[in-house]
Design a protein. Structure first.
Length: 120
């Protein structure tokens, strides 16, 4: 199944997990959009700084710590994705409660692991 995914906290630094996630998502033929602190590009995927209201998002894969997620709460809820993935180190019980109240599923899971075992 091809999933339309936003990588939130995207980076052009090849040493960052968000960079690897974009690479692996593209390699797996998923449709990828990216939002980060700086504009750039990874594997042909443009990284935007602004909160673009993308349509029909399946998954948002978060690569921001809990404090840096705060400015994206309203945005993510507006996008109404089918699920939000909290990658290791991004767990956020407060935001998880907000997502639940808005009927948005979340998982504490690693995008890279899910891709590698065919469970993405």
């Amino acid at each position: 199944m091809i999933r339309k995914t936003i990588v939130l906290g995207a980076s052009t630094n090849p040493n960052r997990y968000s960079y690897l996630a974009i690479q692996r998502l593209v390699d797996s033929k998923h449709i990828v959009s990216a939002i980060g602190r700086k504009e750039g590009e990874v594997e042909g995927v443009k990284i935007y700084k602004e909160k673009i209201l993308f349509k029909n998002i399946d998954t948002i894969s978060i690569y921001l710590n809990a404090k840096n997620q705060e400015e994206y709460y309203k945005y993510i809820i507006e996008l109404n994705p089918k699920r939000v993935l909290f990658n290791p180190g991004t767990e956020n019980p407060f935001f998880e409660q907000l997502l639940t109240k808005n009927n948005i599923t979340f998982e504490r899971a690693c995008t890279l692991v899910l891709l590698s075992i065919g469970e993405y």
